[in-house]
Design a protein around this ligand. Structure first.
Ligand SMILES: Cc1cc2nc3c(=O)[nH]c(=O)nc-3n(C[C@H](O)[C@H](O)[C@H](O)COP(=O)(O)OP(=O)(O)OC[C@H]3O[C@@H](n4cnc5c(N)ncnc54)[C@H](O)[C@@H]3O)c2cc1C
Length: 474
């Protein structure tokens, strides 16, 4: 008998899950794997476009190498020699319309030594003094969750929140620091306060950031010479005998009398499966599950999402300021819609032909949804208008692209861990359905790969009693 697993969603989580399943059970006679993807191609938030010698990332541009799962999977699928480290270091912030370097060695909100904080032009003298008070202020006793903004304000003051921490968080999560959970996103800083009474002292005393398993690896971020789309391509290539159904929107899950599942798609097609691995955004998985597991659907809908747009713009090299870093982050208080700008061609080699530069401007996020109602043309015009003074841009862009990411950024808001616990509890009542992806235990690419592996292990445990996949977990 052939066991059947249906994976819904062909982003990195779904593709990594298919790869791990096939690796565990190589025989298609023992395990049939079907992957349903709503879009016209695979990769989800990973996608690379080439035009006029430029390499343009539609979504993610790199991944952390200090978490081992991304590099390990890349090597397994034959991309080890394609790994590419950052060509430059250094991020800028903005103060009163001028780019200023971020303090050297900044870890989200603080540095272990006071020197770089004392020297930065992003903070006023008063802001610096207030940040140093972290060393003497009493630690909070209550272990409950708290917003990231409240945590940073309490420990390091408003200016550090406004100029350093909030822009960083907004750019990574497309989120609002007043709503995001410090326990979910920065638990190590909560631990610093708890264990050392101060964030700065905790940074000094804690072990250095984990190094990649292989010291020759780029750190802390890497991409691929051919762009992040390479990972999706290699995963598909190296996962034989998986049936990929593109442009297939799964709309409803049904259970059958023999405890198996039918996935109904928008076109009315039905797919039978013994186990179902759901990797779409939580709200889309909720829609699918509404009929068979309403409590789980309700729990899933409690994870909020934000939308964003990435505007890529190319210029002749001599038409803008020298790109001596990887980009800059914009505090809300600067009054711009622009959240951040990555200097893509400075950050990684091979993103622009010689003599040209490629920039990526980020728009949207929680509280900034309205800007995304603008047409592509208007978004490009806005990006040009906002970038021009900051980057001393002269002349028009020679290439533009707008990539939109509607409801693509899960928000780990205060209480996120409790929401995930509620999802897991409700999921336990629906055997055969497994959830994985960026909504739950980490939004980074390595986190998604890890979550896929975790869901695959559970799927194999369920199927283990069926002789067909026996031994897969050995
Ligand atoms: C603009 C942007 C930039 C980012 N930058 C980085 C970065 O630099 N580094 C990093 O580590 N992370 C980054 N992230 C986060 C990271 O890319 C994502 O968390 C990760 O790729 C999510 O993968 P996933 O497979 O869980 O979800 P997705 O990539 O969202 O894939 C889910 C898939 O499910 C499909 N789907 C949805 N509903 C259905 C349905 N009903 N039926 C069938 N298919 C369905 C979707 O079409 C999609 O392809 C970024 C994210 C975005 C949006």
């Amino acid at each position: 008998m052939t066991a059947r697993v249906a994976i819904v969603g062909g982003g990195v989580t779904g593709l990594a899950a298919a790869y791990a399943l096939r690796k565990a059970v190589p025989s298609r006679d023992r395990l049939a794997i079907m992957l349903l993807e709503a879009g016209p191609d695979l990769g989800g938030s990973l996608g690379t476009e080439r035009a006029d010698g430029f390499l343009i990332e539609r979504g993610a541009d790199s991944f952390l190498t200090t978490k081992p799962q991304g590099v390990a999977l890349a090597r397994e699928v034959g991309l080890g020699d394609q790994l590419l480290g950052m060509a430059r270091r250094g991020v800028y912030g903005v103060r009163r319309g001028v780019l200023q370097p971020f303090p050297e060695g900044l870890m989200m909100m603080a540095t272990p030594r006071l020197g770089p904080l004392a020297r930065t032009r992003l903070l006023s003298a008063r802001g610096k003094l207030r940040a140093a008070m972290d060393l003497v202020l009493p630690a909070r006793k209550d272990a409950g969750d708290e917003s990231l903004a409240s945590f940073v304000r309490r420990r390091l003051g408003r200016e550090v929140l406004d100029r350093l921490a909030e822009p960083m968080v907004a750019s990574i999560h497309a989120g609002d620091a007043e709503r995001l959970s410090v326990n979910s996103l920065l638990p190590q800083f909560v631990a610093h306060e708890r264990d050392h009474g101060s964030v700065i002292r905790g940074l000094r005393k804690s072990a250095p950031a984990p190094r990649p398993t292989d010291p020759s690896l780029p750190r802390p971020f890497a991409t691929f010479r051919g762009g992040m789309g390479s990972l999706a391509g290699a995963l598909v290539e190296r996962t034989p005998a998986v049936e990929h159904r593109l442009q297939t929107v799964a709309t409803r899950l049904e259970t059958t009398a023999d405890d198996t599942f039918q996935i109904i798609d928008r076109g009315g097609g039905a797919l039978a499966a013994d186990a179902v691995l759901l990797t779409p955004p939580a709200f889309a998985s909720a829609d699918l599950l509404e009929g068979v597991a309403p409590a789980l659907a309700t729990a899933l809908r409690a994870v909020p999402y934000a939308s964003s747009a990435v505007v890529s713009l190319a210029f002749p090299e001599d038409a803008c300021r020298r790109l001596d870093g990887t980009g800059f982050l914009v505090p809300r208080s600067e009054g711009l819609h622009l959240k951040a700008c990555t200097w893509a061609s400075a950050k990684f080699e091979g993103r622009a032909p010689p003599g040209h530069v490629l920039l990526r401007a980020f728009y949207g996020g929680t509280g900034e949804a309205a800007v995304l109602d603008r047409s592509d043309e208007d978004l490009v015009a806005l990006a040009l208008e906002e970038l021009r003074p900051l980057m001393q841009i002269r002349g028009p862009a020679e290439l533009t692209r707008v990539h939109r990411w509607p409801r693509a950024h899960p928000q780990y808001e205060v209480g996120h861990k409790a929401r995930v616990a509620a999802i897991e509890a409700a999921n336990a009542a629906v055997p055969g359905v497994f959830l994985a992806g960026s909504a739950y235990r980490g939004i980074g690419i390595p986190d998604c790969i890890e979550d896929a592996a975790r869901a695959v292990e559970r799927t194999l445990q369920l199927l283990q009693p069926q002789a067909v996949v026996a031994g897969a977990l050995a």
